[in-house]
Design a protein around this ligand. Structure first.
Ligand code: FAD
Length: 342
């Protein structure tokens, strides 16, 4: 049979990283096209802080989430330690996760994957008089847009075709492609009618404060200061089922005040930009093969969406699993084509 034609729909972090992994594991075995309505800088992924601190998916076993995080951390750690690091926007960052209530300061499942995880010392805690406990560690951060643009460049180098296109129905791709990989983030709610998928609105500020070198995360995850290469991300909000993409000025002031109470030097921050994104949330990431049928015709689909608040932390691990599912689809197509010849 001719080389299978694979379409990956979506050009956020998940679509780009999934298309790249498919190209890496199937060199010359299939043609790959990336289709998306929006590209960087206009995706949810561009709004994110991009910190590798996992969110927990209640519907996915912890050992699976840990494996996704480990694969992602290992992959990005290697990039951070290469000549590509600055172009890819990947860097190590050290800091603190702090708690007011000692019962919240449990050792997380990912503590042995990040570097140097340990309880904070009494001297470190003096910086945070409102907090009694804390954890210090070093993790990785992906700066966006640079990381998305770097992935796009890698895709082009691997021969992936890239086109702007809004897909209204996966079936419209049936005559052009053999396998469709759905990485549409919150767009999947409309595209495949997934009612389990809902937005959690997040508003953040990107500020110029190059003297801030350490990350600070309040243990409840609502207030955070994440220094990147060119700007510091200040957060945040979590508004379930809100689809509003316009910034709220009252929330901007509230985020700024909360962050200044943890890091008073931010009072001097400049060039404050406000961003809003809709986290594509679900109880678990939808990583699944599906065969769609219509009037005797079949379309092989692999879903990879619903990464919620933790896409950056697990994207390489879920891309690996999605690429494996695409390989299974290719094997199924090759099997049915050789049976047809007999
Ligand atoms: P998106 O980036 O939204 O990409 C979806 C793509 O699909 C887009 O290109 C879109 O145009 C395309 N698309 C949708 N529908 C269609 C269609 N019908 N036809 C064609 N194309 C379509 N995660 C972390 O791990 N660490 C963090 O520090 C972090 N911070 C965050 C802070 C905020 C404020 C927010 C909002 C999120 C944060 N996240 C973080 C979560 C992370 O951003 C998401 O999990 C991740 O970006 C999801 O990526 P995605 O590719 O699935 O979605």
């Amino acid at each position: 049979m001719a080389a299978p034609r694979v379409a990956v729909v979506g050009a956020g972090l998940i679509g780009l990283s999934t298309a790249l992994r498919i190209a890496e594991v199937n060199p010359n075995c299939c043609s790959i096209t990336l289709l998306s309505e929006q590209f960087s800088p206009n995706t949810t992924s561009d709004v994110a802080a991009g910190m590798l601190i996992p969110h927990t998916y209640p519907g996915t076993p912890i050992h699976v989430q840990k494996q996704w995080f480990k694969e992602t951390f290992t992959y990005l750690f290697a990039i951070s330690n290469s000549a590509e690091a600055s172009e890819a926007g990947i860097h190590l960052v050290s800091g603190w996760q702090i708690f007011k209530n000692p019962s919240e300061a449990e050792v997380p499942f990912w503590s042995d994957i990040v570097l140097g995880f340990r309880p904070m010392s009494a001297a470190e805690l003096q910086k945070f008089p409102q907090h009694s406990h804390g954890q210090a560690f070093t993790t990785l951060k992906c700066d966006c847009p640079p990381y998305l643009l770097w992935l796009e460049k890698r895709l082009k180098a691997n021969g992936v075709q890239i086109h702007t296109r809004k897909v209204a129905d996966l079936w419209e791709l049936h005559s052009e492609y053999d396998i469709v990989v759905n990485c549409t983030g919150i767009g999947a709610r409309q595209l495949v009618g997934d009612q389990q998928l809902f937005p959690i609105r997040g508003q953040v500020l990107k500020v110029h404060a190059p003297w801030v070198k350490n990350f600070i995360r309040d243990g409840d995850g609502l207030t955070y200061i994440y220094p990147g290469i060119d700007s510091v991300t200040l957060g945040g909000t979590r508004e379930k089922e809100s689809w509003r993409l316009s910034p709220d000025p009252g929330t901007t002031k509230d985020i700024f005040d909360r962050c200044c109470s943890l890091e008073p030097s931010l009072q001097r921050a400049q060039d404050i930009r406000v961003k809003v994104g809709l986290r594509p949330s679900r109880s678990c990431v939808r990583l699944q093969r599906e065969v769609l049928s219509q009037g005797g015709a079949k379309l092989l689909v692999v879903h990879n969406y619903g990464h919620g608040a933790g896409g950056f932390s697990v994207h390489r691990g879920t891309a690996e699993e999605a690429a494996h599912l695409v390989q299974e689809c290719i094997a199924a197509l090759q099997g049915s084509s050789s049976r047809a010849k007999l």
